[in-house]
Ligand binder design. Structure first.
Ligand code: GAP
Length: 448
């Protein structure tokens, strides 16, 4: 596939048409840059998040999980620097359109509105945190914030985890959850939204090992996307220049993907040093350090943070998988998703709705479900249309029951990518599919 085949418009149309992602509140005209995940979108994004958990938890000994609250104590955001510093420079058109822009996204020296030519206001700092009030009465003092990153919930739990998890540095705390940012210019579908899911891990290390672990996590996180099928030539690691670094970071690299909008950040890996634990220790009065019984040394661990976006990663997997293949006079759209990510693994399709085919189809579905596979049964419409539908949602295999099935107990198995069709005995079908699907896919359940 050439990169030109796929456009953001095609992805938006496909995900709406096939039930992956809908605009929020569409019946009311939509709510700017907010999206709802539909059936296949939920399955796909869940698979992305599960793959992340599997890599960090199941395959390692040195990472533990956390699910902290979205509403954190307000002091958290004072300590983290978000209250004072999590801002973007906002300019507003004073002319007709009244649009708002991020000053740092406009060409340097831009003095007039790029849309209507009106005068632009002077830039002012706009804090990206959403505020709300805790409790029934709106009084000063009960203002809280929707978290703009999951990371701070990890730092404020450092002591609790250290006391209960029986880990010592180097070790990580991982968390997946919603974050909220009142972005001035959201856009490009689910690439930048105001409500999104993050997959973050804070890896606590002895400060002397920080650089070594920073390098380790850059490579490991890059490889994760490759292992899940993103084309390596559409991925790059880009080290931030000194003037791009966040206030807490002494080094940040982005894993970037070649989206239809150009190279853009998928995930950031930051060397946060001891900034966060030091700040929270100071603001809370608690000791947030580690005592090493072997050396007798007490120190504040440094932090290496790989921070990814679940929605943005899902978008990258969709974009990368999208293909249009010309077959004769026809063009088929196919999502060549990694089998581990595909929302549905196997479709079971009786050729006709009679002669016992549907009943047999249901039996096959039950057998495959017992092996832990996400299976879809579909008996409606022509077989061509049903294949087309499964291609567009990225289903790796379609099993068809036909008249021969009732004679010799075999079905056809159609491969999404090669379009090859082979006959397989029903008895051998679960093993056949599980073997094929798990060739590059380490899942204990499937290997069982
Ligand atoms: N704790 C560090 C942190 O939050 P970030 O680079 O601001 O770092 C990490 O965010 C990841 O979260 C990004 O690489 C991106 O994948 C995702 N992300 C950030 N803002 C987003 C937004 N407005 N919409 C969708 N995803 C977003």
């Amino acid at each position: 596939m050439s990169q030109d085949t796929v456009t953001m418009d095609k992805i938006v149309a496909l995900t709406k048409r096939r039930g992956f992602i809908f605009p929020t509140g569409e019946i009311y005209g939509g709510l700017g840059s907010t999206y709802d995940f539909a059936h296949y979108g939920v399955l796909l994004k869940t698979n992305v998040k599960n793959a992340w958990w599997q890599t960090l938890l199941q395959e390692r000994d040195d990472v533990v999980a956390l699910d902290s609250a979205i509403l954190q104590h307000p002091r958290t955001w004072e300590a983290s620097g978000h209250l004072a510093g999590f801002t973007d420079p906002l300019v507003q058109c004073l002319g007709e359109c009244k649009r708002r822009f991020r000053a740092d996204h406009l060409e340097p020296g831009t003095a007039v509105c790029p849309v209507c030519g009106g005068e632009l206001s002077a830039p002012r700092d706009f804090n990206l945190m959403f505020e709300t009030t805790m409790g029934a009465v709106q009084e000063s003092g009960n203002k809280v914030y929707l978290r703009p990153e999951t990371a701070q919930g990890i730092f404020v739990n450092f002591k609790n985890v250290l006391q209960t998890a029986r880990k010592k540095p180097p070790f990580g705390i991982a968390q997946v959850g919603k974050s909220f940012r009142n972005e001035i210019t959201p856009g490009n579908f689910v690439f930048r939204t105001r409500e999104f899911e993050q997959m973050e891990m804070e890896f606590f290390v002895p400060p002397a090992e920080a650089l070594q672990w920073y390098d380790y996590w850059k490579q490991a996180r890059f490889q994760w996307y490759v292992d899940l099928g993103l084309r390596p030539d559409h991925l790059q690691l880009r080290e931030h220049d000194a003037d791009e670094l966040s206030h807490y970071s002494s080094g940040t690299a982005d894993v970037e993907y070649l989206f239809p909008i150009g190279w853009s950040e998928l995930e950031g890996i930051a060397n946060r040093g001891t900034f966060d634990l030091t700040q929270h220790a100071q603001f809370s009065g608690e000791k947030l350090d580690y005592f090493d019984p072997n050396t007798g040394a007490r120190y504040t661990p440094a932090v290496i943070e790989p921070a990814a976006g679940a929605d943005r990663a899902t978008l990258a997997f969709l974009v990368d998988a999208y293909d249009e293949e010309v077959i004769g006079d026809d063009t088929r759209v196919v999502l060549r998703l990694h089998p581990r990510l595909a929302p549905v693994k196997v479709a079971v399709l009786p050729l006709v709705r009679k002669d016992g085919q549907p009943e047999l189809g249901r039996e096959i579905v039950a057998k495959l479900r017992k092996r832990g596979l996400q299976v879809e049964y579909d008996e409606g419409g022509s077989i061509g249309k049903r294949y087309r539908r499964q291609d567009e949602i990225g289903t790796p295999f379609a099993v068809t029951i036909d008249h021969q099935t009732l004679e010799d107990q075999t079905v056809t198995v159609r491969d999404r990518d090669s379009l090859e069709q082979i006959r397989v005995a029903i008895d051998a079908l679960p093993d056949h599919l599980v073997t094929k699907l798990s060739a590059e896919w380490r899942s204990p359940k499937l290997d069982a």
